[in-house]
Design a protein around this ligand. Structure first.
Ligand code: AMP
Length: 569
């Protein structure tokens, strides 16, 4: 069985294709969404999901979130005394989802389709594949998140000739994709987006609003200096954002220096705070339409994906921009995972799915550095020669020829970049190679550079010296964002040594973590109730009577719900 995974910035999900449709697989707590949060418990065992998210506030130094933003970089996060790369943290989330799927299916799972933002770079895609490998999963395919959303809506089975736009605003990324269905082939015509824009920025706007309105007066200007208060504020902002999705106004409260700071905000004020963010949503839409040479009116459907598209102000903006209501009958949090399951079904050639060919695009231009002639015999380096243009349908292979520029030039230096700027210094460096060339007068030796970009977004460059027919392959060595096979082996061994908090004990761990957090966030009587109830529940746990524990869990949960309202998962 191949499973479909939406590895999100804030939440992740796993889904399977069974009996002709996609099903979301619930986790150990019975929830569809597993927060992409990883931490170590007090015994050093790994906690993933809601239990870890509760501990973001109480144990900020042992817990981490939003690491998807750092995929493809070598930034490490310390949890206690151990350090983790982003692909290791992602691997721990994937491993937890894999176990949930195994439990649900009653069989081992070894293969997965994982979704990535359409905008992910080569290094980020490689890191995602490696994360899968570290979790014990063979990554059958990476699928762009918007493509998955279109699959979930069955758009591949709709009108024989149609065009859709997928508007995906998740926790941390924004993706716009324009897809075209033509003669049974689904093609991504264009994609654009913003890797640093998502629902979390709307929460951040509320936090900033809070700090400006009341926090500063109470010494809360520096978020870094007060991580626990900041995390509490984040949770308040998240709840406020959700409350404003249905309601008119909300009050955010946080405990600081023995005082409860509170701030009331209306829906209209929230919208005003978010104006700069709403503005940033427009640009990628315009870019994608321009690249696809389409107008809003040419689109047959607009599809919403990502939890943040629940916000009325986002829906209103979409309706205004496109002059119609978007498709939203599938839960926007789940639509990408559902599509990953459809893709997994297609991969395993399930008979209940019509055969459909999928194509994707390479979302950015790939090219090399060249020198340009600026006068007789005078060259200036630093210019960008595009080889594969952005939004080319993949897999794709393209070639460009370059010539030597000085007499008896002994070698040619090829530097590969990704980006859209005319000067390479403004693009992202991917790798380089120096190849020997026969000594001849300037311009008489040519080298063809062939770029091959595959469906998983992986790039290979092959250089052929035309004089000799000699071929060289580019191996990107100095890419700090990508682990080498030896490093992967090392990381696998290190991860195997980590203890994982047992799955069946997670409901207890989550509840205790929540109680701990509430103890920190409340005062007076409430605090006393939480403390007593926690102690009673811990005493129950020691007696190891399953029935009594289940009952105690319900009671403690009821008390916590009474104090803060139900959680949002
Ligand atoms: P995703 O990455 O698709 O799980 O999206 C997560 C983002 O959606 C987070 O920033 C959430 O705060 C946001 N979100 C989820 N549900 C709601 C809601 N009801 N109202 C506002 N934002 C929401």
């Amino acid at each position: 069985m191949i499973i479909g995974i939406d590895l999100g910035t804030t939440n992740s999900l796993v889904a399977i294709w069974r009996d002709g449709r996609a099903h979301i697989v619930p986790n150990a707590l019975g929830h569809n969404l597993t927060p992409s949060v990883v931490g170590l418990d007090d015994d050093g065992a790994v906690l993933v999901g809601l239990a870890a998210r509760e501990r973001l506030i109480t144990h900020p130094h042992l817990t981490t979130s939003v690491f998807k933003r750092y995929m493809g970089s070598d930034r490490e996060t310390a949890l206690g005394r151990q350090r983790f790369r982003p692909e290791e943290l992602s691997a721990l989330v994937l491993k937890s989802l894999k176990e949930d799927a195994e439990r649900f299916l009653g069989e081992p799972v070894e293969e997965a389709v994982i979704t990535v933002p359409a905008y992910f770079s080569d290094a980020q895609r490689k890191a995602t594949k490696i994360a899968g490998q570290l979790a014990g999963l063979k990554v059958e395919r990476l699928v762009n998140e918007p493509t998955a959303a279109a699959l979930a809506y069955g758009l591949h089975q709709g009108e024989p000739e149609s065009r859709f736009l997928v508007f995906d605003l998740g926790g941390g990324t924004f993706d716009i994709s324009i897809l075209e269905l033509f003669e049974g082939v689904m093609e991504v015509r264009a994609s654009a987006g913003d890797n640093f824009l998502g629902g979390e920025d709307f929460s951040e706007a509320l936090i900033d609003g809070f700090v400006d309105a009341v926090g500063k007066r109470h010494g809360l200007a520096d978020k870094q200096a007060t991580p626990a208060v900041y995390q509490a504020l984040r949770k308040q902002a998240e709840q406020a954002k959700r409350a404003l999705t249905g309601g008119e106004s909300v009050t955010m409260e946080v405990l600081h220096g023995g005082e409860t700071l509170s701030w009331a905000i209306s829906d209209a004020e929230f919208q005003k705070l978010c104006e700069p963010l709403l503005k940033r949503l427009r640009e990628p839409i315009e870019k994608a339409l321009r690249d696809a040479r389409l107008k809003a009116i040419d689109l047959d459907q607009i599809v919403l994906a990502g939890g943040a598209t629940r916000m009325p102000m986002v829906r209103k903006l979409v309706a205004k921009l496109f002059g119609r209501l978007p498709a939203m009958n599938i839960n926007p949090d789940e639509v990408v995972a559902m599509g990953a399951a459809v893709m997994a079904g297609l991969k395993s050639r399930d008979v209940t799915l019509d055969e459909v060919v999928m194509t994707d695009v390479c979302p950015y231009t790939l090219g090399v550095e060249v020198s340009e002639q600026i006068g007789p015999g005078r060259f200036q380096p630093g210019f960008y020669l595009p080889i594969i243009e952005r939004n080319s349908v993949v897999p794709i292979s393209r070639e460009q020829t370059v010539n030597t520029i000085v007499d008896n030039q002994a070698a040619l230096h090829v530097s590969v970049f990704q980006g859209e700027s005319r000067l390479v210094k403004d693009n992202i460096f991917l790798g380089e190679i120096t190849i020997p060339v026969p000594a001849k007068p300037a311009g008489q030796v040519s080298v063809s550079i062939r770029f091959t970009y595959d469906v998983n977004g992986l790039l290979e460059a092959e250089m052929t010296v035309s004089e000799t027919g000699e071929k060289h392959r580019l191996i990107i060595e100095e890419n700090p964002g990508v682990l080498t096979p030896e490093q992967i082996e090392e990381k696998l061994a290190a991860l195997a040594k980590l203890k994982t908090h047992p799955r069946e004990l997670l409901p207890n761990a989550q509840l205790l973590a929540r109680a701990d957090r509430l103890f920190q966030q409340t005062l007076g009587d409430e605090r006393q109730w939480v403390s007593q109830a926690t102690a009673q529940f811990q005493a129950l746990l020691e007696q190891q009577d399953e029935e009594a524990i289940a009952k105690g869990r319900e009671e403690l949960k009821k008390l916590l719900d009474e104090i803060e309202g139900e959680g949002w998962l």
